[in-house]
Write a protein that binds this ligand. Structure first.
Ligand code: IMP
Length: 438
């Protein structure tokens, strides 16, 4: 590790337990920055039995001295942000002068949700199974150079004109295409001009803040949201989110250069889950999938939807490690596999009778994958109470070694439960983290 920075990225379809891992790792960091997505993310952290679900504010905020930055790559729903700030304050968490919002982040407005809700259920449209937070339409406006940035929201004249013009256009589109009732721009303005006042103290140029922190020798973590396979470029398009969830997003989504990234840490479950529509090669449809869902409490943190479950997919993990440049892997939810006598793992794909070791780009290819499975021995012992890697059952260590060998990245940490202390770091990773401390 050179620069004192690390990107923490989800290696699969999100929900890998990044929230908990970022929280554990943030002990070693002075600043934690989110770089993509919005309040579609739901990071669950449990501290001393108390559960926090953070959607927008980086998990670093739960450490008293850690600064939390919302980067320019985010789409920010100001109402959701202020609600989250309020909840954190109620829990006694200090947010003032600790949370910083990029002035260049894009703003989600009510018509983004309106368009998304209407479009998702419209006949003839590809259903993605989104979180209905207006994420996609907000990124569409950003790329169409038609969005509202946080800095512009703070200017009440600009805010008013933007809402008026946008409502004029969006109401007409939503009505013509989906028969939706129009939104009232005056009402939206009233609500958002008040929100802007409360948002203003948090707003700054976070690119300068982050680059200065790096120059000052502070350690900075870039917290990914969603996961590699939901990335707009590298994921299972079109069943993806609308942002750059992979490690590259940390650059464009915060305003630091690629040479400032010290290392990349991928977080992977010991098996795989996915929420929403789209291909999933190792999905289990029967009782085995239900069993993983029940043991792993696999229900969406944001929408409560049951997550689809399947066996570990090593070609997917290899692909993910490649596009992220992952150096270290953190394996979560090992305890969910505790009771199994045998654990199937996907080691390759068969498509149209041919063995393929790479990730196909097209959905048809992805859907016709037959996973080639190998079976590893289970350990059939509880691991929840184990705190040292060497004390894990032999078969669990073998499972991890196999995962490491096949995926091409080093295992740095293993998690066997939701609490902060149900985590064990391997010595080399612990050493590497120590060298990051500012
Ligand atoms: P959107 O991000 O709301 O546009 O949803 C697009 C796809 O990404 C849907 O399949 C969602 O279920 C999925 N998605 C978005 N955020 C998350 C997350 O934090 N975890 C898991 N899946 C997510």
């Amino acid at each position: 590790m050179q620069a004192k920075t690390a990107v923490v990225v989800g290696a699969q379809w999100g929900d890998e337990g990044k929230g908990k891992i970022v929280d554990v790792l943030s002990e070693n960091f002075s600043v934690v920055a989110r770089y993509a997505g919005g309040h579609n993310a739901g990071h669950t952290v449990i501290i001393g039995g108390q559960k926090f679900i953070l959607q927008l504010i980086p998990c670093g905020i739960l450490r008293p001295d850690c600064q939390a930055v919302i980067g320019n790559g985010i789409v920010l729903d100001p109402i959701a942000f202020l609600r989250e700030v309020g909840k954190l304050r109620d829990l006694g968490v200090n947010v003032d002068k600790q949370v910083f919002v990029s002035n260049r982040a894009q703003v989600i407005l009510p018509y983004h949700r309106m368009i998304e809700l209407a479009a998702e259920s419209a006949p003839g449209r590809q259903k993605i199974g989104t979180t209905s937070r207006g994420i996609g339409p907000a990124y569409e406006d950003k790329m169409a150079r038609n969005g509202l940035r946080v800095v512009d929201m703070l200017n009440s004249n600009l805010l008013k004109t933007h809402i008026q013009n946008a409502c004029h256009e969006k109401n007409a589109i939503a009505h013509a295409l989906f028969g939706t009732e129009p939104l009232n721009p005056a009402q939206i303005y009233e609500e958002y001009v008040k929100a802007a006042e409360q948002l203003a103290p948090f707003v700054t140029d976070t690119a300068y803040l982050l680059n200065q922190a790096i120059r000052d020798g502070k350690s900075v973590m870039f917290e990914g949201a969603q996961g590699t396979m939901l990335d707009i470029d590298h994921g299972t398009y079109p069943f993806v989110t609308s942002s750059s969830a992979t490690a590259g997003g940390a650059i464009t989504g915060t305003g630091v250069g690629p040479t400032a990234i010290g290392t990349v840490i991928g977080v992977t479950k010991a098996y795989v889950t996915r929420v929403g529509e789209g291909p999933f090669p190792t999905e289990l449809h029967g009782p085995e999938g239900e069993d993983l869902r029940a043991r792993g409490h696999e229900f969406g943190a944001v929408t409560g939807r049951p997550r689809r479950c399947g066996w570990l997919d090593l070609p997917l993990l290899r692909y993910s490690n490649m596009v992220n440049g992952t150096e270290w892997l953190v394996v979560t939810k090992m305890d969910v596999l505790d009771s199994l006598a045998e654990i199937p793992v996907c080691v390759g794909y068969e498509i149209d009778g041919k063995r393929v070791d790479t990730m196909p780009a097209d959905v048809r290819g992805l859907e016709s994958i037959k996973p080639i499975l190998t079976t590893l021995k289970g350990w059939q012992e509880p691991t929840e109470q184990i705190r040292e890697y060497d004390k894990l059952p032999k078969a669990a260590q073998e499972y991890l070694r196999f995962l490491e060998k096949e995926s091409g990245a080093r295992i740095g940490m293993v998690s066997t439960g939701p609490d902060r202390d149900q985590t064990m770091a391997l010595p080399d990773f612990a050493q590497a983290l120590k060298s990051l401390e500012a």
